[in-house]
Design a protein around this ligand. Structure first.
Ligand SMILES: Cc1cc2nc3c(=O)[nH]c(=O)nc-3n(C[C@H](O)[C@H](O)[C@H](O)COP(=O)(O)OP(=O)(O)OC[C@H]3O[C@@H](n4cnc5c(N)ncnc54)[C@H](O)[C@@H]3O)c2cc1C
Length: 466
């Protein structure tokens, strides 16, 4: 039987596994990636239909750390980073059936009809409000205490619904939005903290984290294809793999037996073993001796999402260009939000007057309500809200509709997060060389995953150099 002996084995060729491999490759550390599906990217998947290019999975990320820009440097020239057009600065929120621009400055904040007058005054007093002391406070409770209920209802709730497919009173601030939580903990106030942070001088590398909205030219799949192409020249990427057994050897190595499609079994052995799979899939990729310790990780809740791409060849309706629109729970609609990808990125639609929308439904808010509906019923619900919000004439039929369903889309960092993180740390310390990565910790977005992969690689490289 063949036996490969790289320095690191990675399970999963999603953006976490690929980012980890990128940083390892940069330091000439050998790796093998074992991927169950027949393509790289995991949740990242770009589709093409009737002249439309759309995402089935994540649509955009934020360049919130320099690692995102550096990953694109590595992927060049096979993929290139595309920053969203200026339309992405405009974000719409639905109130009483109408779309309003989310304020992004003092004047627009004062005049917006989204928030109550008393909460506008409350925001002005935020720097002087006492600091909270509950480490398990929810995002909703934290924001309500510091900013007011109308701001939770018409800013925080739609934001949390749109990004986490969640409920602000479910997510624990310390784990779900650690930057926001730490502003209060470190500076006593969001506003004072943000002002103080803005004054900190940034290195040239840190300045690459522009916070701009990004995609990859031609769709995110181009990024993962480019990474896989470059990485396959420096390491081993195996697709359509089934892991048969995982063993921690007496010598302290990780020995994995697997086969690719209908080929013969192979063995790969390495001192470092990194998993990037969901919490509920860990048993498939860990030795049975660890199963008793997995419960707090396996119990991580994931919100379901239905994502519907809708294209209009010759669009008529609300002509505002924007990043998208978010729908607060209070509005009692079927949509969580709508993205406007063709306003932000080039070459996504067939004609100049075409428009592409991506609708999101479900989440913690409506997952149970929608689970028994047929695809047609879900599409009808989504389109009904889209037509009403954007005042699209009913005579205009969509030219393309594509529905994707993700039963376990977004991990929910709730009150059980501390137990989960403790369980991960315990396993990693009891079994040297093991790392449990992916969305079970460190944030849910692509930028989090890229940074996590890169940080883990640097940690492994340091250990190899000792
Ligand atoms: C509908 C949706 C919309 C989203 N929108 C956004 C967004 O707009 N912006 C954003 O930043 N993020 C978004 N996200 C989150 C983002 O997609 C994820 O954070 C990221 O893609 C996860 O990458 P990952 O590599 O950690 O996991 P995955 O992409 O899940 O990769 C894990 C890989 O492991 C493989 N695997 C599983 N089991 C095994 C096994 N037994 N053996 C071998 N391989 C295995 C899987 O096939 C998969 O390829 C969205 C997610 C979804 C589902």
């Amino acid at each position: 039987m063949d036996r490969a002996t790289p320095q690191v084995i990675i399970v999963g060729a999603g953006i976490t596994g690929l980012s980890l491999a990128w940083r390892l490759a940069e330091h000439n550390v050998s790796f093998t990636i074992l991927e169950q599906s027949n393509r790289p990217g995991g949740q990242i998947h770009t589709l093409h239909e009737n002249g439309y290019t759309f995402e089935s999975g994540p649509n955009t990320g934020s360049i919130s750390n320099p690692e995102v820009a550096e990953l694109f440097d590595f992927a060049s020239p096979y993929a290139s980073l595309e920053e969203a057009a200026s339309a992405a600065h405009c974000r719409l929120i639905c109130k009483k059936g109408k779309l309003h621009v989310l304020p992004n400055g003092l004047l627009s904040g004062l005049s917006t009809p989204l928030f109550s007058f008393s909460d506008k005054l409350r925001v002005a007093c935020e720097p002087f409000r006492a600091k909270g002391n509950n480490p398990l406070e929810s995002v909703g409770a934290l924001a309500q205490r510091r900013l007011g209920k109308s701001i939770v209802d018409y800013a925080v709730d739609p934001f949390v619904g749109g990004i986490y497919a969640s409920d602000p009173y479910f997510l624990t601030a310390q784990y779900a939005l650690p930057k926001l939580y730490n502003l209060e903990q470190e500076y006593g106030s969001f506003i004072r903290g943000a002002l103080a942070k803005a004054k900190i001088k940034k290195s040239e590398r840190e300045r690459r984290a522009t916070k701009a909205v990004f995609s990859s030219k031609g769709g995110l799949h181009n990024l993962v294809e480019a990474l896989a192409h470059k990485l396959s020249q420096q390491g081993s990427l195996c697709y359509s793999t089934t892991i048969e057994s995982v063993r921690y050897t007496a010598e302290g190595n990780w020995q994995i037996s697997y086969h690719e499609a209908d080929k013969e079994s192979q063995i790969v052995e390495a001192p470092f073993y990194v998993t990037t799979v969901r919490g509920d899939l860990l048993r498939d990729v860990l030795p049975p001796v660890l199963y008793d310790h997995l419960a707090p990780i396996e119990q991580l809740l994931y919100a379901p999402i239905w994502e519907i791409a809708v294209g209009f060849d010759h669009y008529k309706g609300d002509g505002r260009r924007a990043f998208g629109a978010l729908i607060p729970t209070k509005e009692k609609r079927d949509l969580l939000g709508v993205l406007f990808p063709s306003d932000c990125f080039s070459d996504r639609v067939p004609y100049k007057d075409s428009r592409l929308f991506t609708l999101f439904m479900g989440g913690l808010r409506d997952g149970n309500r929608f689970i028994s509906l047929s695809e047609e019923e879900l599409q009808q619900k989504g389109l009904k809200d889209l037509y009403a919000l954007l005042r699209i004439p009913h005579s205009l039929e969509p030219s393309m509709v594509h529905l994707s369903y993700f039963p376990k889309a977004i991990p929910q960092y709730g009150i059980d997060s501390e137990e989960r993180l403790k369980a991960i740390m315990r396993l990693e310390s009891d079994y040297p060389g093991l790392y449990l990565a992916g969305g079970i910790r460190d944030g849910i977005g692509m930028a989090h995953r890229i940074k996590q992969g890169s940080d883990l690689a640097l940690e492994i490289i340091q250990k190899l150099q000792r």
